[in-house]
Design a protein around this ligand. Structure first.
Ligand code: CA
Length: 227
């Protein structure tokens, strides 16, 4: 899916330069020559990232950044600040203002693109909190069907994902093979209990350090450890 980027910059030449490079990388761009306009576009267009110049006429970049982070509609959007003033860097980097990164002018467009890509990638692997189920450092995104162990994504099949989810959502309780078949596969059939065992074995391999968290309850089924 095409990512969109809002550029808030009053200097026309720099704006055009950034705009050209972002477009040639396949990003959709929005331009704002001053802060208030930038806030307006951010709210209406919900871009994936904002490149924000520090020195702007009227409302400066720091104020714009603060407003973005205060507004529930825009606070999730990562901000890369452009700055020429070394003394402001500490405040920006201190995340006092909520900027996700900064780049000092003069910069190479290449460097800016690399930073932007890194931030967008980082955001892709950090799904919204409300759809996230956590078990220590095992993170399960219920919306995208993806699972992370610390920062590394574990590639699970849909069946393995559903199996893990069923066990974790019922942690501390024994799930019989029949229950798992019913919940995960949607059918019960004698002889298919072995299917559960096979999938559990693969799931354990994939979740590495948590393999032991899936306990075998002999003759009955499986239980995900409470803690
Ligand atoms: Ca400027």
């Amino acid at each position: 899916m095409t990512k969109s980027i809002l550029i808030v910059e009053d200097e026309t030449d720099i704006m055009k330069l950034i705009d050209w490079h972002l477009q040639s990388e396949g990003y959709l761009t929005f331009n704002a020559p001053e802060g208030a306009k930038g806030l307006d576009i951010a709210e209406k267009k919900n871009p994936d990232l904002i490149v924000l110049d520090l020195i702007l006429p009227g409302m400066d970049g720091l104020e714009v950044c603060k407003s973005l982070k205060r507004n529930s509609k825009t606070q999730h959007i990562p901000v890369v600040m452009l700055t020429a003033k070394g003394e402001e860097v500490d405040r920006i980097v201190g995340f006092e203002l909520g900027a996700d990164d900064y780049i000092v002018k003069p910069f190479s467009p290449r460097e800016l693109i690399l930073r932007i890509r890194a931030i967008l990638r980082r955001n892709e692997t950090e799904p919204a909190e409300e759809t996230l189920l956590r078990y220590h450092d095992l993170h399960i995104d219920l919306e995208s069907y993806r699972v992370w162990l610390k920062d590394d994504e574990i590639g699970l099949t849909v069946t393995e994902f559903n199996l893990l989810l069923e066990l974790i959502q019922n942690k501390g309780k024994v799930r019989t093979r029949d229950q798992l078949l019913d919940r995960v596969w949607g059918y019960q059939f004698d002889g298919y209990a072995r299917t559960v065992d096979t999938h559990i074995r693969r799931l354990r391999q994939k979740i590495g350090p948590y393999a032991e968290s899936i306990e075998t309850v002999r003759g009955i089924g499986y239980r995900f450890k409470e803690a």
